[in-house]
Design a protein around this ligand. Structure first.
Ligand code: SAM
Length: 214
């Protein structure tokens, strides 16, 4: 998702209380930001933030951090946060490329990682940019707790099959796999829809999901 540039978006982001600026400075100390010792869950490529905010409302004793690469998209998430009647104290945003995740979180600082409808980067030469690639799994390996889980959802079958093939070489294993999430009673029990999930499932696309650990 890349929205057209919106005049003033960088200024709004700079002034937003929901955005953590210079996130590298908080490496190893993210609990201080929230003022508690609750677990930290991150969504990489959060888009407009619907999933993250719905989760934060449902699980107030989890701290949620949304990572988004583009200012124009992050701006939408900030605007959504500003419309909340009850402020969500357990949500923060970071604008950055997920490649930098190891500079921003300490070893095993994160309890769970969500990848939702990640960009597919269909050309082979761009495989390393795919968020479930072995290169990214190696980055997640450093910041995720040893017993931590990573959850990935997509409607893109090729990306999902690629993601499954990456697991073994990267040293991860699948705990749950679904090729049709919306007809999987077990996984649907606590499913929270993302913006893309709503859009693609409404036109009949099956949704794929895995939950993985090392
Ligand atoms: N997760 C949302 C959902 O399911 O509705 C948005 C999905 S959208 C297809 C993918 C998002 O990931 C975009 O907003 C894009 O800018 C962001 N993104 C892609 N690559 C990224 C990266 N390397 N670091 C951070 N964000 C990234």
């Amino acid at each position: 998702m890349r929205l057209r540039n919106i005049t003033g978006s960088r200024e709004i982001i700079r002034e937003s209380i929901f955005v953590i600026h210079e996130p590298e400075k908080h490496k190893g100390n993210w609990q201080d930001i929230f003022g508690n010792t609750n677990p930290i869950h991150i969504e990489i490529g959060m888009g407009k933030g619907r999933f993250l905010m719905d989760m934060a409302r449902m699980y107030p004793s989890v701290n949620y951090i949304g990572i988004e690469k583009y200012s124009s998209v992050l701006l939408r998430a900030i605007q959504k946060m500003e419309r909340e009647e009850q402020p969500l104290c357990n949500v923060r945003f970071i604008r950055m490329d997920a490649e930098m995740i190891g500079n921003v979180f300490g070893m095993e600082e994160v309890d769970r990682i969500y990848l939702n409808f990640s960009d597919p980067w269909p050309k082979d030469r761009h495989a390393k940019r795919r968020l479930p690639s072995r290169e990214f799994l190696a980055r997640y390996d450093k910041v995720l707790k040893k017993e931590g889980l990573l959850e990935f959802k997509t409607d893109n079958k090729d990306l999902f099959l690629f993601a499954l093939e990456e697991l073994e070489p990267a040293g991860w294993k699948a705990e749950k796999i679904s090729y049709d999430l919306h007809h999987d009673k077990d996984l649907m029990k606590d499913n929270v829809m993302t913006e893309y999930e709503e859009k693609f499932s409404s036109i009949g696309n099956p949704i794929y999901k895995y939950v993985i650990r090392r």
